[in-house]
Write a protein that binds this ligand. Structure first.
Ligand code: SF4
Length: 416
């Protein structure tokens, strides 16, 4: 299988989106954030492409403004060529200014840019000796001292991840494999792996060890195997759907984006009314359930306080019952059954299995086991019966209950 790192991550994010991109070979319409991110990458690529000659900040911003004027994207809703919002322009200027000031070459540079947008491939062999090729692109590779390297990836994320999240970042894991495949003599512990979060002007750097690479390979092969075994590429809705360019094709958002003809809009309005009705009824149901529960516990408390097992109303009656649960002294049972080699037959302690075993053992032992039986606890249940639900015969016992509530005291309940 040949797959890029970003597609592998897309599969993990949403198999349905992966299917649209890989199997249906569709191009994902980009949203403003994605267009802006690619644009900033392009500007920084230009900036470092002149290395070792560095532009001044003014030159960098002038190039940015010039390129900004040509920047267009296809709007997701209107499907028309559109310019990015002005706030992105201001954001970009700030990002580049901060970046420049932090990484100002000052005519002297303590690092050498080895490569930009470096494409690499990693070959992995699975247990069945099948070869898989994973590809990726590293934004920038620097040589930082005699032996060291730094791999840098630019991010325009709106939030700053924790160090732990960066450590787990699958992209950096793949970079580690990539650089090792490109330059096998490199000592991975001498390589810095950095994600540069441009909006915050923060670079988070981690290190990796040679022994990490095996785990990375295994995990990538597992992901590949999962993709190969997938028969149904189902949508996996998540907060990331907000940035998905396929919402108009996705079954999850179908109702929202597809078939906007007048009839369908009418249907949508009708279904929306039904959904609202449903939730109104659900609310009412919850309220009624709360009331019913309250009434039941009041009636139960009344029965308990007065030691009554049945109370009557005009429409039905409530019965308070005790349920006895029998159990055995399992330690004794084990002692008795072990010599007969019947204990293992129970495997787990289950009364149903014991009932079976009891039929197979000598009478005296069976009697001894029965003696270990105790009533564990009494569960009280209160049950409402509506006369409508009773057969005519069953109804007979309350037919003459005309005067309203009639209480019937019964024998005391068995308590354990
Ligand atoms: S909108 Fe969400 S669920 Fe649908 S394809 Fe995109 S990521 Fe998947």
């Amino acid at each position: 299988m040949r797959i890029s790192h970003s597609l592998l991550e897309t599969y993990k994010q949403c198999p349905y989106k992966y299917k649209l991109l890989v199997i249906d070979k569709l191009q994902e319409p980009k949203n403003q954030d994605a267009v802006f991110g690619s644009f900033i990458h392009l500007i920084l690529h230009w900036f470092y492409n002149n290395h070792p000659k560095f532009m001044s900040l003014e030159e960098l911003l002038a190039y940015y403004e010039q390129k900004w004027d040509d920047l267009r994207y296809i709007d997701f809703f209107t499907k028309k060529e559109t310019k990015l919002d002005d706030r992105y322009f201001q954001d970009g200027k700030l990002i580049l200014t901060n970046f420049y000031n932090t990484n100002k070459p000052n005519g002297f540079c303590d690092y050498a840019v080895l490569d930009l947008e470096k494409r690499f491939e990693v070959v992995l062999q699975d247990k069945k000796n099948e070869l898989h090729i994973l590809s990726g692109i590293i934004d920038r590779i620097d040589k930082i001292d005699d032996k060291g390297y730094e791999l840098i990836d630019y991010k325009t994320n709106k939030s700053l991840p924790s160090l732990a999240e960066v450590t787990r970042n699958p992209q950096l894991n793949l970079y580690a494999l990539g650089i090792k495949q490109m330059w096998p003599y490199i000592d991975i512990s001498q390589v810095k792996f950095s994600l540069y979060f441009l909006k915050f002007n923060e670079k988070i750097t981690i290190n990796k060890k040679e022994e990490d690479l095996k785990k990375v390979k295994d995990s990538l092969l597992k992901d590949i195997e999962k993709i190969q075994k997938t028969k149904e590429f189902n949508p996996k809705p998540s907060p990331l759907c907000n940035w998905c360019g396929f919402k108009d094709r996705c079954p999850v958002f179908k109702e929202k984006y597809q078939n906007n003809d007048i009839n369908n809009i009418k249907n949508q309005e009708e279904i929306a009314k039904l959904i609202d009705q449903y939730f109104d009824l659900e609310d009412q149901k919850r309220g009624l359930e709360r009331q019913i529960k309250g009434l039941k516990s009041e009636i139960d408390a009344y029965c308990q306080a007065n030691n009554i097992s049945r109370v009557y109303g005009k429409q039905g009656y409530f019965t308070r019952e005790s349920l006895d649960e029998e159990t055995y002294d399992w330690i004794k049972v084990r002692e008795l059954l072990r010599p007969l080699k019947k204990w293992n037959k129970l495997l787990t302690v289950q009364k149903e299995k014991l009932d079976e075993v009891l039929k197979e053992i000598p009478e005296d032992i069976r009697i001894e086991i029965e003696r270990t039986k105790t009533t564990k606890k009494t569960t009280k249940i209160i049950q409402a019966t509506h006369y409508k639900d009773l057969s005519p015969f069953q109804n007979g016992d309350v037919k003459d209950n005309k005067e309203g509530l009639k209480l019937e005291a019964e024998d005391s309940l068995l308590e354990a």
